[in-house]
Design a protein around this ligand. Structure first.
Ligand SMILES: [Zn+2]
Length: 203
């Protein structure tokens, strides 16, 4: 695995944190726990051994117990960077970027809203796009799904996995299935990604 600068680690960790729209302020920054620096939006976790990170992410906030949702490394399969790229190409995803223009507001950040009052009169106004929170951008691949070891996963999360593997120059991640259907991707010693698949009702 390639050695990364602190700025590169910071960039990778930041890809996995919750954004303001997620309403989970404690998860908007990476945090230190059990000898790891963790970044998560509650659906995907990047966990990096503390020895790679010099920045101080210690916190006294109440945070999810990452160890309890991270399966023991016991691989049943593996995924390569070529397989991931092939899937992104098939789904017409530009895999070099983790964000995309919002298709609802056409990256303007505003859409036209209509309200009908009690007299039946209609009122229109331009206001913040609810799909991108007014930013004009959305996570790339957030509305697409793919299959990994029989589970349905949001393509954006596979794109985040890909960006970590690519940055570290790792060609293959080993896959372990957890007891709650969560999937562990072991990228390198001390570097793991855990993803929750879509629930069965969304398949
Ligand atoms: Zn939008």
């Amino acid at each position: 695995m390639k050695e990364l600068t602190q700025a590169e680690w910071h960039r990778l960790l930041t890809l996995f944190v919750a954004d303001a729209e997620d309403m989970r302020p404690a998860l908007m920054k990476p945090f230190e726990q059990d000898g790891y620096v963790c970044a998560t939006n509650a659906y995907i976790i990047l966990r990096v051994a503390k020895r790679f990170i010099s920045e101080d992410f210690s916190t006294d906030k109440h945070l999810p117990d990452v160890a309890s949702v991270t399966p023991e490394h016991n691989p049943i399969s593996a995924i390569t960077i070529d397989t991931l790229r092939g899937e992104f190409v098939r789904q017409k995803i530009d895999y070099d970027t983790t964000t995309a223009d919002c298709p609802d507001c056409d990256d303007e950040g505003e859409v036209e809203w209509e309200y009908t009052d009690t007299d039946g009169d209609k009122h229109k106004m331009w206001a913040e796009c609810p799909c991108c929170g007014g930013t004009g951008i959305i996570p790339n691949g957030i509305n697409k799904k793919c299959q990994v070891i029989g589970e349905t996963i949001i393509v954006h999360y596979m794109l985040l996995l890909y960006h970590v593997m690519f940055a570290l120059g790792v060609d293959k991640a080993e896959i372990t299935r957890g007891k709650r259907e969560q999937i562990l991707f072991h990228i390198a010693e001390g570097v793991d990604v855990v993803v929750m698949p879509c629930s069965n009702s969304n398949k």
